[in-house]
Design a binder for this molecule. Structure first.
Ligand SMILES: *Cc1c(COP(=O)(O)O)cnc(C)c1O
Ligand SMILES: [Zn+2]
Length: 418
């Protein structure tokens, strides 16, 4: 049984409402840019006091009343979400930021925030009886779908660029997905996945296309709110590729606002890599994201490399409606943020996740964020996902090679200040 408070699907461009069972992917009038919002009857939810969470579950499903799929038979057994919100006073001090928290989503079962979306899509696949789920991905969405399909006993068919980091490809293979290593870009893999999904009747998880992904990703905001005792931080900093995570952040905060649980939205600050900054540029120019054409996508942070960002309409709306902003950061700044974050907080993040720290520094520099504000960095993926970039980030600092005796050890240690 679907959520009885589910009311309709609504197009983010033309505003048309659809019955939740009538449309599977994007708006039939607006085409691929016409992403849909899943909407609930908030008045009735509030009146019935049905939105309250389920503290007995230490995962994203503790917010079951605010999620579209509710039958516990469809919830994958591997727990996703309820990641820690870590107070980071040393990092805050070094940045002269009054209050800084780290939402560590690298701790999910496949080590990225994408598990939230994949868990939701897998639950939906079980609800509609789809045996095969497919996705295109730069790597993390694919790993997440492979892992969650394995947990639920579904088949996963994956389209990834053959140049995806080896750790991410290893995950797909270990989870037993059918893996197509596309000799091309993420955007080409995306189009192939859509065509194959139509041809073979597979259920498609693609970011921006499938509205259930946003509902999964919004649980990160619901958790942050609860972890702050239902208070709103001044800003949440989110790295942006396709724009689905920041769209999900907005949806979560917005749902809580519409329910009357919180009284203000945090400002959402989107961070893009300079070499893949199509959404940031559209926001700055005030141009219509729906009409965007493909642009450059060149960054070391593979998870935020997107030539035609698929969730661009929600991504621009998230920042506009929350009075936030976009900032762009260089690959050098992203790499430098990896050891800085790790050394000041103990959290090891992949480049696209560490980009949030680089973005905070940029936002402080250009006055987008003030020193007295409280800030959450959404850390979207684990550093173990991309060891090559991690090694590059520490540059020439190799370890100290020593002969296997104490004389050699003393020679090294005595030359150091610890
Ligand atoms: C997917 C991903 C992002 C960006 O999310 P979008 O929804 O594509 O904007 C950022 N960081 C990591 C680790 C990711 O896997
Ligand atoms: Zn539409």
């Amino acid at each position: 049984m679907p959520n009885p408070y589910l009311s309709h699907l609504q197009c983010t461009i033309c505003g048309t409402s659809f019955d939740p069972t009538a449309v599977t992917y994007t708006c039939p009038h607006c085409g691929e840019a016409g992403t849909l919002d899943i909407q609930y009857d908030f008045d009735r939810l509030r009146a019935d006091r049905q939105w309250e969470h389920r503290p007995d579950r230490a995962d994203m499903w503790r917010y079951l009343p605010l999620l579209p799929v509710q039958d516990s038979r469809y919830i994958p057994s591997v727990p996703v979400g309820w990641s820690p919100l870590i107070d980071a006073p040393r990092l805050a001090k070094s940045l002269e930021q009054r209050q800084l928290w780290l939402k560590d989503d690298g701790r999910n079962p496949t080590a990225s925030l994408k598990d939230r979306a994949s868990a939701m899509v897998v639950a939906r696949a079980l609800e509609i009886g789809a045996p095969v789920v497919t996705t295109a991905s730069t790597g993390n969405a694919a790993a997440a779908l492979s892992g969650l399909c394995a947990s639920a006993g579904l088949r996963a068919v994956i389209f990834v660029p053959s140049k995806a980091p080896p750790a991410k490809i290893a995950q797909l293979l270990v989870y037993g997905a059918t893996v197509l290593l596309v000799e091309g870009t993420y955007d080409q893999a995306f189009d192939l996945c859509v065509q194959a999904s139509e041809e073979y009747g597979w259920y498609c998880r693609n970011t921006g296309m499938n509205p259930y992904t946003t509902e999964g990703k919004k649980t990160a905001s619901l958790e942050i709110a609860e972890q702050l005792d239902w208070n709103t931080p001044d800003a949440v900093i989110v790295s942006v590729g396709d724009g689905s995570i920041i769209g999900g952040q907005y949806k979560g905060w917005r749902d809580l606002y519409d329910l009357g649980v919180i009284t203000k939205l945090p400002r959402l600050i989107g961070v893009q890599a300079e070499g893949s900054s199509n959404i940031a540029r559209a926001w700055l120019a005030g141009s219509d994201p729906a009409k965007m054409s493909a642009g450059p996508a060149d960054t070391i942070a593979d998870s935020i490399s997107a030539s035609l960002p698929r969730d661009r309409v929600k991504a621009v709306r998230a920042v506009k409606e929350s009075q936030g902003a976009y900032v762009t950061v260089s690959d050098e700044a992203i790499l430098a943020a990896i050891p800085e974050l790790a050394r000041q907080s103990g959290v090891f993040a992949e480049p696209a996740a560490a980009a949030a720290l680089a973005g905070l520094k940029q936002a402080r520099q250009n006055g987008t964020i003030q020193a007295n504000e409280s800030v959450v960095l959404l850390l979207t993926g684990s550093g173990l996902k991309d060891i090559n970039s991690a090694m590059k980030s520490v540059g020439a600092e190799g370890g100290h090679r020593v002969a296997a005796d104490m004389v050699a050890v003393r020679r090294v240690i005595e030359g150091l200040t610890l």
